[in-house]
Design a protein around this ligand. Structure first.
Ligand code: KIV
Length: 283
């Protein structure tokens, strides 16, 4: 715990005493020291960005999951930097307080530090406050190049959908001998200068151990209750996406039903001549 700060100086992420104007990477590291847990959501557009920002979500991720949730691709592999940059710009323009993290898509950083830097700069110029990239030890050089250039980086280890789509299906990471691999990746990311790391589909015990040992916050998705933060894709969390969801998703609303009911009601009223009425017309 940092003992030297007065209560006014302590940047709280939540609650009436919150003093942080724009959440920054260092505030999340401070939150870990205080033992304060926080939530991250994906966002890809102006309305969800401003709603989530007003709701007090301190970190929004413009994930490469826009591939599925915005562009209708089957996996995250096809989505490009050109497709993600406008979404990052929209989310950044629509928020006042949260930290906006841009996901580097498949093919935009693997070639090496120079490629990663070029891509990250495009996202930072579009308004992102930080970038995220998948991989542990294999991308440590890229993370170091970005942090040396002053770009805050969020790592992502465990199940990494961009590189594991070919394996087929979601697979829990960290069981048995794999635990050491996941831990080594998480440590490599932190040592390379990342300010936080996503642990995706890692066993709860391994995620708890990594969280205890790492100086930076861990953000779990399917990684049990003991990580410092939790992230969900908003369409999963709010019930916008239908069909079978991964076990780690909890639905907090049924937004798809609300929207579809509204669309049906509108169509019924148009067909029945009940919309528009004089109330919605100009004299
Ligand atoms: O793109 C995304 O939505 C993500 C989260 C699953 C962390 O990377």
């Amino acid at each position: 715990m940092s003992q030297s700060k007065s209560p006014d100086e302590i940047p709280s992420l939540y609650g009436p005493g919150k003093t942080v104007k724009r959440v920054r990477a260092r505030h999340l590291v401070d939150a870990k020291e205080r033992g304060e847990k926080w939530a991250m959501l994906t966002s890809y557009d102006t309305y969800t960005a401003s709603l989530f920002d007003e709701a007090g979500i301190p970190v929004l991720l413009v994930g490469d999951s826009a591939a599925n949730n915005v562009y209708g691709y089957e996996t995250t592999v096809p989505v490009t930097v050109d497709e993600l940059v406008p979404l990052v710009a929209a989310v950044a323009r629509s928020t006042e307080r949260c930290l906006v993290v841009a996901d580097l898509p498949f093919g935009s950083y693997e070639a090496g530090p120079a490629q990663a830097l070029e891509t990250a700069v495009r996202f930072m110029k579009a308004g992102a406050h930080a970038v995220k990239l998948e991989g542990g030890r294999r991308v440590a050089e890229q993370i170091r190049a970005l942090t040396d250039a002053g770009i805050p980086v969020m790592g992502h280890v465990g199940f990494t959908p961009q590189s594991e789509h070919a394996v087929g299906g979601y697979r829990v990471q960290g069981r048995d001998a794999q635990a050491a691999e996941v831990e080594a990746d998480a440590h490599a990311v932190a040592e390379a200068g990342a300010f936080a790391v996503v642990l995706e589909m890692v066993t709860a015990a391994v995620a708890a151990e990594i969280t205890k040992r790492l100086p930076i916050p861990t953000i779990g998705i399917g990684a049990g209750p003991d990580t410092d933060a939790q992230v969900l894709v908003w369409q999963d969390m709010a019930g916008m996406r239908r069909g079978r969801l991964p076990r780690f998703v909890k639905r907090y609303a049924e937004v798809a039903d609300v929207l579809q009911d509204a669309a049906r009601a509108f169509a019924d009223e148009v067909r029945g001549g009940r919309f528009p009425t004089r109330e919605h017309s100009f004299e």
